[in-house]
Design a protein around this ligand. Structure first.
Ligand code: GUN
Length: 291
């Protein structure tokens, strides 16, 4: 089975749009999302553009602050403070990575955790680990939704996560570990392992978020495992108009016959991230996570 992230994300967006209309009708609330982007990283610019477009389609209010690469930490902190106070804004997203002269941790901590729709603030991270209600980071919650809506059982299954990033590896491991959302047996493996394949071969569900193009091959996968590819890697492709193509962390053609279910790239996890961002912003506007 090929897991169609595009289709599942469209279903979620439809649900968000309907809920947004209802919120507007019944409580006169329009969800509002603020984007802050510093510098000209092409991938970041393209992500923020897509997220802004999704806001328009949902009927959200959105503001994008495109700041020059030399923007100071103080300037960025001031803008965050304004959005923290703004009544119309229910979500604040600072696109990462930030330029080197800006302290990422300090910026994330400056965001009001009640508007942290990215789920990166230490209060939300801590609540996730403690099993409390909080904003879940968008890519991991998108992966969880993909599994749920594809009827893939996680309870009692051995999930192996490849990669330990704060954005994907650590949070998806914690989501699937919780009794109420996953109840899986979770292993996290990373570049520190002498033999990564020793661990990946034991997985019923393999989640690969290591940022290396075509890293995972069929020799590393147990027969009939579920394979979730979180990679978005730009590799040179002279036949493409742009000069590059996007590939995942999984060698899809090589692995697809060994797997019982697999996500493609593009069209797998990628579109889920934006859908979950829209959902988090809606939940924030509804006061569903924090009053
Ligand atoms: N950079 C890569 N992924 C993300 C994300 O989900 N949110 C933000 N803010 N930056 C990112």
């Amino acid at each position: 089975m090929i897991i169609d992230g595009k289709k599942i994300s469209q279903q979620i967006l439809l649900e968000v749009k309907e809920e947004t209309e209802k919120l507007n009708r019944e409580r006169n609330i329009v969800p509002g999302l603020a984007f802050l982007i510093v510098g000209e990283n092409p991938a970041s610019l393209s992500y923020v553009k897509s997220k802004g477009k999704a806001c328009d389609e949902m009927g959200f209010f959105s503001v994008t602050e495109k700041l020059p690469p030399e923007t100071s930490e103080t300037q960025l902190l001031r803008l965050i403070e304004q959005f923290n106070k703004a009544k119309r804004i229910h979500g604040i997203l600072v696109q990462l990575p930030l330029p080197k002269h800006i302290n990422e941790e300090k910026i994330i901590e400056a965001i009001d955790f009640r508007k942290d729709v990215d789920g990166f603030h230490p209060i939300n991270v801590g609540k996730l680990v403690a099993g409390q209600k909080c904003f879940l980071p968008c890519t991991p919650s998108g992966i969880y939704e993909l599994l749920l809506r594809s009827n893939i059982e996680t309870s009692g299954k051995h999930v192996v996560v490849v990669g330990r990033s704060n954005i994907v590896g650590k949070p998806i491991a914690n989501i699937l570990l919780q009794k109420q959302s996953g109840n899986a047996i979770v292993t996290i493996v990373h570049t520190g392992a002498k033999d990564i394949s020793h661990f990946t071969k034991q997985a019923d569900i393999l989640i690969v978020a290591i940022g290396k193009p075509n890293f995972l091959t069929k020799e590393m996968v147990k027969q009939h495992a579920v394979v979730i590819d979180v990679g978005i890697n730009r590799v040179e492709d002279l036949s493409a108009k742009t000069g590059y193509k996007i590939v995942g962390d999984v060698d899809f053609e090589n692995v697809k016959n060994a797997a019982s279910a697999i996500t493609p790239v593009p069209g797998g996890v990628g579109p889920m991230t934006i859908a979950m961002l829209m959902k988090n912003t809606l939940l924030s506007a509804m006061g569903e996570i924090y009053k």
